[in-house]
Design a protein. Structure first.
Lengths: 485, 340
């Protein structure tokens, strides 16, 4: 079920009313309702894949219980390995099998050997990377004794399948989310109202920004060999806003929806395009994944300790794995590698923690230096996004070469050729500007509409205006980019 | 909780009121660009015409209004309101619009039968799907969807599409979109071009239209298509009985009554060279009230010329020569019907 679909508009109020009016007295029954609603939400795409979530939940619940019962180090390690192997095995089969088979066959061919591996016609279960990482974090934390294993099976199942964040995150840690399923939830008016504001802002980003950018991005990337550098640069910039609007919009809707049910999910985006360097960007972009890799991969590998070679290895490891997490394609790996390359100079010069606060901390406007830093960081991310969006590494390289070649027809001619309306593009530019301005003003807050300090009538005018703009752009139920991961 | 729900409901109420405003202050909008332009011209022409042909490209390319009037001794003043690819629901809405129109002098309406894709999803998701879909249309579509033998999943998907559309239209969702389109189209719309041939767009063999030429080339390659179309039509019209499409009958009878209340004559025209499945649908719309208003120009036993290459532009459309034949045949059939 998509957030921007008719089914969800019926589903959400129904679950909300049942949750607060029918089952409000018993937290266990509320959890059962969450599990049932989440399975319905997920099964709407393909009910067969529910078996994967259910088996993953049973497995990690059982392993957690067993880990709680034993102090034997070898046995504990074995239980952890079982969890890793099975969960990563699911990912390997459903997400990466064909990639490895194809890549291995290509490799053998370069050595003159012919290999005919059978590629499987496997459907990728929606959100498999998200919930797999979530369950794995539970078992790892229990293994590390950072978390008590739960005996409440419904709380655990609800934690794994909680519908607002099930298919595209934020990837929650058991330490944060699981305890919230044990305690009585009371309806909090302010929290719910803020949740609604965040949902509204999320829809604005998804429907108005991301979906509108997608029209241009799809056309430009489809015809990139024919287009001039200026248009290709426009395509890369628009894709940067598309993916931000799409993914952070989803996160806002997820976090806001969770708040309606009395849950606090972790923040996933902190205005990443206002970052002044790449290190800051990665502290602000897809925070739940970056911190997951930091806690469960980077630090166990040694983190920033050890010699420079060791640090370099760890940085590349985390970025390459992060790229590979996004999909079984070399484009994602190159995207990860490129970001690692961006990061390395900062690591070597020890400037990666220079910008821990926000830009223009004590003033309304940024300094010229900050503006230049922000623009440079944004440009670097745009270049990297080209690999993320392109169908293949060679397509991406060709795109970038053409992007930096300042030839070709004028802007208008290309827009006409692409059958894109210049008027609509101006409108989209206006909405992107609105997004930037609002998020800049709100950069100290969690989301674009949090605690607006305006008089109530003015706030309502803003909400109504956003609703109308969203409505105007609402063209159906377009899917979210990150669902494929 | 009470306060929260009250606020949300109040916000939604205000929202729905606001989005109604363009609907109240702006004139009706036709998402179908051709209807939009042709109707715009008619508004300017005021009471110049009294007879209107509604339908798809078969009407747009096949009925010559001037010739029709000549054949009837200039007793009618005809205008062609055909639009390529128009759907059944759209055409019903257009007929209703004409019936209820206060400033046009509407005396006769000829509406194409069968109406293509009466409850289909075609164009539903587009702007063209937004302006004519009301609750009546929804009930009608739902009955069709749940009566047919499609799978439950198929029924559900159709339900979702139609329900979304109904919600959009009921609450004017999308009206801002329409308003914007209207502003843009208002400037672009070239309604004056319909003055010359009164909305008729003949298909000449020496046309420069690339899309039309492509269709013609495909037609010329397929030597057996006309034979197939003729055989299909023959088969359908020879068979005496077909199960009735009660829902379509209900809609058309209601339309006849609406027209009668305004002293307007409503006729249904069956045009030649359609696919067999379309004619089967037409035979399912079978009631005495409708039957006596059907002008059947599709039966090869009576109108074999329409199935000849000489009069064809492509597999589904007549050329300008064929259009003249068709218009004359239609005028004669209408005259005979009136005399009877």
């Amino acid at each position: 079920m998509l957030f921007n679909s008719l089914e969800f508009y019926l589903f959400l109020p129904a679950v909300f009313l049942l949750y607060w009016f029918v089952f409000q007295k018993d937290v266990k029954i509320q959890n059962v309702l969450i599990v049932a609603a989440s399975y319905l939400f997920y099964g709407w795409w393909d009910w067969r894949f529910l078996s994967l979530i259910i088996s993953s939940s049973f497995l990690d619940y059982g392993l957690g219980v067993q880990l709680g019962k034993t102090e034997h180090t070898g046995r504990r390690k074995l239980l952890l390995w079982v969890s890793m192997l099975v969960n990563l095995g699911f990912l390997g089969v459903f997400k990466y099998y064909n990639f490895f088979a194809d890549s291995f066959a290509d490799l053998l061919q370069t050595f003159g050997m012919n290999a005919d591996f059978t590629t499987l016609n496997i459907l990728l279960p929606v959100g498999i990377s998200f919930y797999t990482f979530q369950t794995m974090s539970y078992t790892i934390d229990v293994y590390r004794r950072k978390l008590e294993p739960t005996k409440d099976i419904f709380a655990f199942f609800a934690f794994v399948s909680f519908f607002p964040q099930l298919v595209a995150g934020p990837i929650e840690r058991a330490k944060n989310l699981l305890p919230q399923f044990y305690t009585q939830r009371n309806f909090d008016y302010n929290k719910a109202i803020d949740g609604m504001r965040q949902i509204l802002w999320g829809f604005f980003k998804k429907v108005v920004i991301a979906d509108s950018c997608a029209i241009y991005v799809n056309a430009i990337f489809a015809d990139s060999a024919e287009l001039s550098g200026g248009i290709l640069l426009l395509g890369a910039i628009l894709f940067a806003f598309q993916i931000y609007g799409d993914f952070s919009g989803y996160s806002d809707i997820a976090i806001g929806t969770a708040r309606l049910f009395g849950f606090n999910l972790m923040r996933n985006f902190a205005y990443p395009y206002f970052s002044r360097d790449i290190a800051e960007f990665w502290r602000r972009w897809h925070i739940s994944l970056s911190s997951w890799f930091k806690d469960y991969l980077y630090i166990p590998l040694g983190g920033s300790r050890g010699g420079q070679w060791m640090q370099l290895r760890n940085v590349f490891a985390i970025f390459l794995v992060s790229g590979f997490w996004h999909g079984a394609n070399w484009t994602f790996i190159v995207w990860g590698g490129l970001n690692a390359l961006y990061f390395v100079p900062q690591m070597l010069l020890k400037t990666n923690r220079n910008n821990l606060g926000i830009a223009a901390q004590n003033s309304m406007l940024p300094s010229i230096k900050e503006v230049l830093q922000i623009l440079l960081t944004f440009f670097l991310t745009c270049v990297a996004w080209v690999f993320f969006r392109a169908a293949s590494v060679s397509d991406a390289l060709e795109y970038l070469v053409n992007m930096f070649t300042l030839t070709g027809d004028g802007f208008r001619a290309y827009m006409d050729a692409l059958k894109l309306s210049g008027e609509n593009l101006k409108g989209l530019g206006g909405f992107i500007l609105l997004l930037i301005v609002i998020e800049w003003i709100q950069r100290k807050k969690e989301h674009g509409l949090e605690h607006l300090k305006w008089a109530q009538p003015l706030r309502w005018i803003v909400y109504l205006l956003l609703l109308v703009i969203i409505l105007y752009h609402f063209g159906g139920s377009s899917t979210f980019i990150y669902f494929q991961f | 909780m009470k306060k929260f729900i009250q606020k949300i409901l109040l916000l939604l109420l205000l929202f729905f009121v606001i989005i109604q405003i363009p609907k109240w202050v702006l004139p009706p909008f036709w998402g179908n660009e051709i209807y939009d332009a042709k109707l715009h011209y008619l508004e300017q022409a005021k009471r110049k015409y009294n007879t209107f042909f509604i339908g798809t490209s078969r009407v747009n390319n096949g009925i010559d209004p001037e010739l029709f009037d000549v054949e009837l001794g200039k007793k009618t003043k005809t205008f062609n309101l055909g639009a390529p690819g128009s759907s059944g629901l759209e055409n019903i809405e257009l007929a209703k619009h004409l019936i209820e129109h206060k400033t046009l002098d509407v005396q006769n309406i000829f509406i194409e039968l069968p109406l293509l894709e009466l409850h289909g999803d075609k164009n539903l998701a587009s702007l063209r799907g937004r302006y004519y879909y009301d609750f009546g249309m929804y009930v009608f579509s739902m009955k069709n969807i749940f009566e047919d033998d499609k799978s439950l999943k198929n029924k559900f998907n159709k339900w979702r599409t139609h329900t979304t559309l109904l919600i959009k239209n009921t609450f004017s969702l999308g009206i801002f979109d329409d308003a914007l389109e209207r502003t843009i189209h208002g400037q672009k719309r070239n309604s004056e071009k319909y003055k010359v041939k009164r909305g008729y767009n003949p298909l000449y063999l020496n046309t420069k239209n690339k899309e039309a030429l492509k269709r013609r080339a495909t037609f010329l390659k397929d030597k057996s298509i006309l034979k197939k179309r003729r055989q299909g039509a023959n088969k359908v019209f020879k068979r005496a009985k077909y199960p009735k499409d009660e829902f379509a009958i209900e809609v058309f009878e209601e339309l006849i009554d609406m027209a009668a209340e305004q002293d307007i004559n409503l006729y249904f025209v069956l045009y030649p060279k359609a696919a067999e499945s379309i004619y089967i649908k037409s035979r399912q719309i079978n009631s005495p009230k409708i039957n006596k208003r059907i002008i059947n120009l599709a039966n090869p036993a009576k109108y074999n010329n329409f199935y000849k290459k000489e009069y064809s532009f492509d597999r589904a459309h007549l050329n300008d020569k064929g259009a003249k034949l068709l218009t004359k045949a239609c005028a004669r059939a209408y005259k005979k019907m009136r005399e009877e």
